[in-house]
Design a protein around this ligand. Structure first.
Ligand code: ZN
Ligand code: ZN
Length: 362
């Protein structure tokens, strides 16, 4: 295999798949004839290294592994039907600046362009066809032949937070041992709970499936809003995120995956004391210690759990909340009396009115 005549360099944020199309394009070769074996639906490390080697030989470029969208699609971070059509969103203005495919356009949680403050597009404005990577690189809808750079994307009204690798490292999420992908998985779950349970979005069944698995909603403005809320919850990690989950995910059919994930996230907290406390609280709250209990039995114990839930929110989370904020949010100290806990023998502040049994360890 010899290098191609016309060579290009890979942009830092370019997808590997987009780069392959661009390489083919500039050498006037149909991608089918490039002698790069396409990655199958299920691929292993060896296949990836063969794939990369072929690209690197032909292009003499260094491939950035993180920019392989196929790898992201394994965890369902790409837009639905990725394997079938390699669909992606795009920003027409970025494309006009430089005609290449940005890797994060292919990820469902990327809803807007940070540079131009517009919502990304994913369908042809003319014929409504879903746009794929090859069309983006060629700047053309293959059905109606319209140029994508002529499309106008709608502006977003206020500056939005944006999920990407750089900013991830700058957030308070630093206090947790999570990879970026684990963080995104958790993020996606919370977006789903917020949308379906809390805000009760009316979406059709198939889209619900996409929403749960890929974090994808057809209405990009709605998805962007949801992401924004969840982003703000996560900024105050873990207190806000755990509070949110405790308030919104009671034990119930079909939510075991969530408990498992929550538990997993907690196991990754850096602060050992906090980790232990949250784990114990979750055990108390959800009855994981007696995981063979039936759902009915658990529901009967609802009142005690309600009590425990408050206990979690106040005493366990005070370690991560600034004190003044904590009092503002939860407590009017005049309503409490000092008690000793029966088995830990520690002193607590107790508020005795029903449903508001707060305990605060002193
Ligand atoms: Zn842009
Ligand atoms: Zn079209």
């Amino acid at each position: 295999m010899k290098p191609f005549k016309n060579q290009i360099t890979m942009y830092e944020d370019e997808s590997v798949e987009g780069f392959v199309f661009r390489l083919a394009h500039i050498n006037y070769i149909p991608t089918n004839f490039m002698r790069i074996e396409k990655l199958k639906r299920k691929f292993d490390k060896e296949q990836i290294s063969i794939y990369f080697k072929a690209i690197e030989t032909l292009s003499e470029a260094k491939i950035v592994e993180e920019n392989l969208l196929h790898e992201w699609s394994k965890d369902y971070f790409t837009l639905p039907d990725w394997n079938r059509g390699q669909y992606s969103r795009f920003c027409p203005e970025c494309l006009l600046n430089r005609a290449y495919h940005r890797m994060n356009w292919g990820l469902s949680f990327t809803t807007h362009c940070k540079i131009h403050q517009v919502y990304l597009l994913e369908n042809c404005i003319c014929c409504n066809k879903r746009i794929n990577i090859q069309e983006i690189v060629s700047d053309q809808c293959f059905v109606c032949k319209k140029e994508l750079t002529n499309f106008i994307a709608s502006s977003i009204l206020e500056v939005q937070n944006y999920l990407n690798l750089d900013e991830y490292y700058a957030t308070s999420f630093y206090s947790i041992f999570l990879t970026y992908k684990e963080y995104l998985k958790f993020f996606r779950r919370v977006v789903y709970i917020l949308g379906t349970r809390y805000l009760k979005l009316s979406i059709w069944e198939k889209e619900k499936y996409y929403f749960r698995n890929n974090g994808y909603l057809e209405d990009i403005t709605q998805l962007c809003e949801l992401n924004k809320i969840v982003y703000s919850i996560f900024e105050a990690w873990p207190s806000e995120a755990v509070n949110f989950l405790i308030k919104n995910c009671d034990i119930g059919i079909g939510y075991y995956w969530l408990e498992n994930e929550l538990f997993y996230i907690i196991s990754k907290l850096k602060n050992e004391n906090l980790r232990k406390m949250l784990r114990n609280s979750i055990h108390r709250d959800y009855g994981w210690i007696n995981s063979d209990k039936s759902i009915l039995e658990r529901l009967i114990g609802h009142e005690e759990r309600e009590f425990d839930r408050m206990y979690v929110r106040v005493s366990d989370l005070k370690f991560v909340m600034p004190k003044h904020k904590f009092y503002e949010l939860e407590l009017n100290l005049n309503e409490f009396e000092v008690k000793q806990h029966s088995w830990t023998k520690r002193l607590y502040l107790l508020k005795s009115s029903f449903k508001n049994k707060y305990l605060l360890s002193l």
